[in-house]
Design a protein around this ligand. Sequence first.
Ligand SMILES: Cc1ncc(COP(=O)(O)O)c(C=O)c1O
Length: 454
Amino acid sequence: MKQPDTETLRRYDLEHVWHPFTQMKDWEAEDPIVIERGQGSYLIDSEGNRYLDGVASVWTNVHGHCRPEINLALKEQLDRLDHSTLLGLTNDRAAILARRLAEITPPGLDKVFYSDNGSTAVEIAIKMAFQYHRHRSGADSGKTRFITFRNAYHGDTIGAVSVGGIDLFHGVFRPLLFPTIQAPSPYCYRCELGGSGDAGCERRCLKELERLMKTHADETAGLVIEPLVQCAGGMIVQPPGFVKKVRELCDRYGILMIADEVAVGFGRTSAMFACEKEGVTPDLMALSKGLTAGYLPLAATLATREIYDAFLGDYGEMKTFFHGHTFTGNPVACTAALASLDLFEKDRLLESLGGKIAYLEERFRGLGRLDHVGDIRHCGMIGGIELVADRENGRPYPWQDRVGVRVCLEARRHGLFLRPLGNVIVVFPPLSISMEELKTLMDGIELSIRAVTG
Ligand SMILES: Cc1ncc(COP(=O)(O)O)c(C=O)c1O
């Protein structure tokens, strides 16, 4: 088929594609950029314009776009096997990847359950935690509820939304959701408990969390946390020691800890997995996005052997985990994941991040002096720049002003593709970004913030 020209592609899009998280009335008033190619840190549109991918294509890209090593592995795999089910069969790629994930994730996470996106990885963890307690203590175990955090985001399917905590996205669906026990978000800049965020605040959020855990221990199956950073909530970085303390509290009150590393996993925080930075092994862990280096949809929910063992029994005991998706363990997606893990080693990617992180810190210090920058949150290769109408008292810009969106549109004039979270400008480039490209990214962000906030 001949490739249609840009105008035709735009027309097809406007006539047929319904975009995620997008007010389509606004979209219909735009001339959408049509991306046709990717090269390293850049996306290239149908007219040849290049955009530095400042958000790693929704937090997925690790080694740059179209890495020859991953491409080659995929081409070879396509000539061997496209898809085969894990229902009644296994495949070589899924088995090898499971082995490698068990080796590189925090010790004790030995069992891998595949699915195809971050939301399903979290849903699976929730269902496993729920069913685990029934097997341990019987159908009337009572441990059926979940502790979640305000400002949390775990995906858009009904279970994942239930454990989320962003009213803007989730409020409308409330009648469809199962209720959870919500703990305060560790959002120090806007602490809902009136704390200051420094040591003097005595970690009121953790004290409140403990109070909730103690009160609800008998009815709580699990706690769901995005370790180190609540990403979609606005790149909210947790105070040091938070994750470790959550682990201790989960142990104390017999609650399973579910770590959602969908966004922060695979090197993003400078460790391979965020939990490692606080020496924590969760009971269940959800992975996706960077798992295939941003190439293909694949997710994994990892579980400890103790959880897995609770599901073993004679067939008649009905302890089976009745859950599965058609493309579970797809060998092509698993091949991308394996090739990505090889590149982590070949490029010594984690070791290469130190200089980039130091550079980001320096640039963030400079940005922090701008008149309308209220707070900058930073963890590894993740940054969130919160723009405010009034720096003195942190008064936010009214959301109708769409300041974040305007900064990101301005950034296109500097050859960047960015996507904000409300008034927070997100910095989340491919981990492989070069120092020169990182400078281009930060220069463009600074110019765009200055231009829009005047
Ligand atoms: C922490 C976290 N969990 C889950 C998800 C959902 O992943 P998906 O969009 O692949 O369903 C996301 C997506 O951004 C996320 O950031």
